[in-house]
Ligand binder design. Sequence first.
Ligand code: HEC
Ligand SMILES: [Cu+2]
Length: 482
Amino acid sequence: MKKLKVLLLMSLMALVSFSCNNSDTKKVVDAAKIAVNGTMEAELTSPPNVPASVGDRPAKKLIVNMEILEEEGTMTDGTTYIYWTFGGSVPGSFIRTRVGDEVEFTLSNHPDNKLPHNIDLHAVTGPGGGATSSFVAPGHEKKFNFKTLNPGLYVYHCATAPVGMHIANGMYGLILVEPEGGLPKVDKEYYIMQGDFYTKGKNGAPGLQAFDMTKAVAEQADYVVFNGKVGSLTGDNAITANVGETVRLYVGNGGPNLVSSFHVIGEIFDRVNVEGGSTINENVQTTLIPAGGAAIVEFKVDVPGTFILVDHSIFRAFNKGALGMLKVKGEEDKVLYSGVVQEGIYQPEGGGIQEMPEDPDAKKVVVNSNKSLAEKIESGKNIYTKTCFACHQANGEGIAGAFPPLAKSDYLNADVKRSIGIVLHGKTGEITVNGKKYNSVMTKQTLSSAEIADVMTYIYNSWGNNKTNVSTSDVDAVRNGH
Ligand code: HEC
Ligand SMILES: [Cu+2]
């Protein structure tokens, strides 16, 4: 009992001293007193773009017009989904304000929409973050006002029941409140937001996929993606920078369920506004972004190459879609990075084609040359699952912008010798598969000729390919340069 009293007293003292020292409280009071000077309409942008910085403009009355649209979009090649959006994109339009702005927010619900919606902005000080004042039926609009008191990067989202479902369908975005005078100038700024999706069919199932409430409740995501779909930031959609430039990423996490371990492979964040607030952490490898939270990360790009953005809960990156790319152009600096810098996919072993240690027995393996086609396919499937699956995926579908498909691959079917050569020697440089460009690295595989014959035969006899039966001597011929 006595112990409890002491504890109580101690926590009381801690509380008192905390509130006395808390200088942030003062800032909030000051922000409330900032007078506005003029009116302007807010520029809204869809990801990965952000509006122009506020710079040193005074606080203003800021008009924000946001339209809710329910529309079908692409989740991944061959798979579509009905997204519910703020402004026609997932995440919704980026809103950029400064502290002291008086925002006049108009939320309109398009007449073609089926459902009522609203908006809860985490930057709002007020009941429901605006949700209660903004509940709006299809074909209607609602207006409400708020003053931005706390600088930071904030999530907004729909908060209409069932809330989880509205968020799971893409109803989230970011609102930035810059401090007085604006954030420090950088060369490139981008808007990225992670989200998890739950579909009736599993990852990659074709056609229009409905939302799956059971999977959402169980937190078993079929897709975990940046900017609403697989491949939104890969290949031609990659974000870009030049060597020597400073890059700032406004990274949010809409959830609804999963927490993001945001990481850029081959970069270290020079500065992170932790949780989107005012605390700055430096020299960070991976920053945690909670569901319904955000972070501002900044780094200078010093060497050229492709830097892969991932949720470092890594199966999400390679198997569920949470993979993006930053392409950096410019001069190499051999002192900073000596190796061959090239467009690389995440390989824990490194970027270039790797020389795997040769297995001296590999070529001596006694080959059962009498294997039937069915036996070769069975053995090939086994090899595929062990060595190719991680990149080319279970049904040879690949990953948009990163790993080309082997299913119905025109590239594969056009030239058997060339394909054998790729498995034998690895591959870098640009290739076009089924009309899409890939420019990354496939590692050299250390497989015996018989194993390569089996895995190639399996691939050629699966997923709509041309049924070539590759023999060990075909592989040996390519191995010996014929
Ligand atoms: C580490 C990831 C990775 C692994 C493992 C991998 N590949 Fe690849 N593969 C790639 C990449 C990346 C490319 C495209 C290379 C480029 O852009 O130049 C590619 C290209 C190919 C191509 C030609 C393009 C196409 O789609 O038809 C074939 C064939 C191929 N791989 C077969 C295989 C086989 C068979 C295995 C297993 C024995 C395998 N790969 C293992 C990443 C991988
Ligand atoms: Cu909604």
